[in-house]
Design a protein around this ligand. Sequence first.
Ligand code: ADP
Ligand code: MG
Length: 689
Amino acid sequence: MTRVHPGFTGVVQDGWPRPRGWTPPHRLDALDVSTLPGVGPTLAKRLRGFGITSVRDLLQHAPRRYESAAERVPIAKLGLSEGEVAIEGRIVNARARTLRGRRTLVTATVRDDSGGQISASFFNQPWLVEKLTPGVEVRLRGKLGRYGFDVKSYDIGEARRTADFAPVYPASEQIPSVRLRELVRGALAAHARSLADPLPAELELPLHRDALAALHFPADQREAEQARRRLALDELVALQLVVGRLRDTDAVASPLSAPGELIERYRGVLPFALTEHQEHAIAEIDADLRRNVPMQRLLQGDVGSGKTVVALYALLRAVETGRQGALMAPTETLAEQHFLTLEPLCAQLGVRCVLLTGSVGAKRIRDEIANGVAQVVVGTHALIQRDVEFLDLAVAVVDEQHRFGVEQRKALSEGRSPHVLHMTATPIPRTLALTIYGDLAVSEIAKPPADRKPIVTARVGAEKSSAAYERLRVHLDAGRQAYVVCPLIEQSETRLARAAEDEADRLRRAELKGYRVGLLHGKLKPAERREVMRAFKDRELDVLVATTVIEVGVDVPNATIMIVQEADRFGLAQLHQLRGRVGRGGEQSYCLLISRPVEELSETADARLDALVRTTDGFELAQIDLDLRREGRLLGTQQSGWSDLRFTRLRTDHALIERARELARGLADEDGPWQDDADRLERGAVTGV
Ligand code: ADP
Ligand code: MG
């Protein structure tokens, strides 16, 4: 398709600066925004604060959203209108003046076919006066104010009606969206011709340069979405190319035969039938295990969706052929949890399951691993240390894989090529990136077992926390169990542990007097920790007061309520993980988020808590997290990294990711602008994460 974005062409023809000369595309990176008309040192500095240094950065600065369409009203009838509307007409005259406090105001008289005439006000955009020459057509969006029409967004000298879909950029308090959009307009006019198309032209998507134009000047929502998809595809292809450069294509694994008797017995001992989603994942895993290419599959499913049974399935497939399976977890607590879940099941099947962590690394166990007596091994990264030799590792499961470094994951398969299943409950951007980074195939458990009820989440002001504990006691009195998560105030693990101890003591004397309260934190000795977990599982404790060590893996279906103290201090992904500790059985479960009063919260903390109340969908939360972080990053408080995927939407872009993968395969050995994009990303990845 050679469609040229109509809005953009219009801009060029209407007398905006012509390209001064051809700018090689790679130079757009080097070309500072301050070379653009209208960008002085002050603005350049503010833009830099947003992470916008080059012209390319500016062009790729994605709007957060678009204004929805406003009703068009004849000027003569403006007096009857309410709220935001659009007017269309011609400029009669315009002038600029300076107000007190160095603010500037441009006022323009606009007349339309209805014969109506009004004075329109543009604040702090003095440069506009030169563009608002008599006779020029405008479409203005805004509302009737005390002195006329207050303009919020506009189109000048164009037939397009982009004012209806004006982009709203992140952090627009600092640089007004209209201002940014005008800068982009100037940048496009000067450089659009030199924007090469990073992908072959036969896509059913706009050209790259048109997509960039449409990103900032869409005619409607559909066009904006098309543009976003095109730009997402570009960034995904670049990412895939980077992946391809890192891929090890020579690894060979030994294929496993079809599932047999052990697997049949496994299905028999499970106290429930597998869900359709679990079955689907299993079928995909079986297909991988038949091949002599090592499986590299990501099993993605929200907390509590039932990944562990699927993991054990994969491990038992190894055992069934007389070989070994290993599950690696990022923390000792999590490894112990998995062991507590897997070992009894294995025992029922006559399969020898052992635990190997840094502290439980008895020589006897290492011997069992080396001579093959241990058939399923659960452990931490201790599993990949040099002195651990597997007799014959066929399947490895890596839980919460994003917590492991690439190096650690590589080490697991070093010198051997097991089939690897990566599991994650956190589809945070970083994970998505790693998904693509590792070139993993993805299985998804999209829905938890059917008897689950979504967790009810509520925010509670700190002053009402006693009411929250009252709720909690109701659950305890009904025979249920509960968690209380301690605040994240302390930086060091030791002080965090001490704070948790104090809090547990306080609760034992006050709100939870008469109940059996256990304590779990990162400074407990492994044996103590195991004992606490066992006691909680066996209902010898009513409440577990804990730090974030319970974040993953703890699985007690009888726990139906959780209180998170000072929830505003936690990250969104973390809160979602914590919340996943309840709602694991058939009972309705609750999560109460205690926080300081709204007035004292930062806007993003407030938005995080709201998001949790609104949805329990991990994917949606991941997207919200990405958006909030992006905002944070722009304000200079967050580091960047792979999560810089600007245009990709985690929830909906699976098909695009697949497509990018295919495209990248074909382009891997070819030279082109796409390789430059990949270089850029690779450089960013090194400095970013
Ligand atoms: P995840 O690891 O995905 O967070 P788990 O595998 O720990 O989730 O499963 C959560 C809970 O759901 C566990 O108590 C598990 O026994 C239970 N469960 C798993 N699969 C099913 C199923 N098909 N039907 C009913 N309960 C299930
Ligand atoms: Mg789990």
